[in-house]
Design a protein around this ligand. Structure first.
Ligand code: HEM
Length: 305
């Protein structure tokens, strides 16, 4: 493997972990909003069973984001200097403090750092804690596209930034919330009760469908900004990876549609929740591959001048 390819692999791997963390964090907040403080039957749904799991997951997502921030700084330093010299703390500090990329990365680190005390407030059950964590999560999402192609767009950063923020939020609301639904929601006591699971899934489904539509629309609009001519889709590396991503999106959406049309109506039948757990996991694996391809895409040169 050449040095340049290795640099791309390191950068993409670190970005993949970052996006997994962001989608997870958004998913926790979205699931908290979807499930609400009480279930349809009027009984308390989260405290202590689900709410504790949710805040634990928010903490884990933030831990992933902190590790990923370190990995991205290492990868960026390696891609700048690593071909010629060993990576030292001094070089990493130079990249973080003296480069434009480092300035934007610092904002992302500040956003993640600001979310940590908010998660602690939720854990301490301070009233309004979830609202503050939700606002801090918006900060994490809002700063994420700063190190991608959006700020470099020749037509100005405003449109691609807004589109990418919506794109990431939609990914979190659909796929992050699905992960939380399958792990925290279906992992709670009484989750083998098909009727209770069905109530939760009926709340999640319309939100997920809307989020998937927003994800596709913002993805296409971003692609329209970044691709000047249709043949660039197969004539450039960026275009080919984007086509791969669109194909994988089709697979993920197809699995989601299967879950919605066939698995969901059978939730109250014997083995319904188990079936959802398995088919939902397949949808999540496909989504993780989409995120891996995206992490590669954002490090390729844009066809747009
Ligand atoms: C499962 C579905 C999808 C997921 C999870 C997903 C996720 C993401 C994420 C995390 C980013 C990076 C945002 C950032 O940090 O800057 C991104 C960027 C992007 N996505 Fe998607 N996306 C999906 C579907 C789509 C679709 C259907 C398209 C449509 C053509 C699309 C087009 C793009 C484009 C063009 C970018 C910008 C990449 C760049 O910076 O060069 N995405 N996506």
């Amino acid at each position: 493997m050449t040095g340049e390819t290795l640099a791309l692999v390191l950068l993409a791997a670190a970005k993949w972990i970052t996006d997994l963390g962001i989608v997870w964090l958004v998913g926790v907040c979205a699931f908290r909003m979807i499930s609400g403080p009480a279930d349809d039957a009027g009984g308390p749904m989260e405290p202590p069973s689900v709410d504790r799991r949710l805040v634990r997951q928010a903490g884990c997502a933030l831990a992933v984001l902190i590790v990923a921030a370190g990995a991205r700084l290492y990868a960026q330093t390696w891609s700048s200097f690593g071909l010629d010299e060993p990576i030292t703390g001094e070089l990493a500090r130079l990249v973080a403090g003296q480069t434009r990329w480092g300035g934007r990365w610092t904002w992302q680190v500040i956003a993640v750092g600001a979310a940590v005390p908010m998660a602690a407030l939720v854990m301490a059950r301070v009233p309004g804690g979830w609202l503050l964590l939700g606002a801090a999560t918006l900060g994490v999402v809002g700063t994420a596209p700063m190190t991608g192609h959006a700020l470099a767009h020749a037509g100005g950063p405003l449109r691609p930034m807004l589109l990418q923020i919506l794109h990431l939020l939609a990914a979190g609301v659909w796929l992050g919330a699905l992960f939380v639904l399958l792990s925290a929601g279906l992992g709670r006591p009484g989750a083998s009760d098909g009727a209770a699971v069905a109530r939760l899934v009926h709340r999640y489904s319309p939100v997920a469908l809307t989020a998937a539509a927003v994800l596709a629309a913002t993805g296409v609009l971003t692609a329209v900004l970044y691709i000047d001519h249709i043949p660039q889709l197969w004539q450039t590396g960026y275009g080919r990876v984007l086509l791969l991503k669109i194909g994988l999106f089709g697979l993920t959406a197809g699995l989601g549609a299967f879950n919605w049309r066939w698995v969901r109506p059978q939730l109250t039948a014997a083995g319904g929740p188990g079936r959802l757990r398995r088919s939902g996991a397949a949808e999540l694996v496909a989504a993780a591959v989409v995120l891996a391809v995206t992490a590669w895409l954002v490090h390729l040169p844009m066809p747009h001048g």
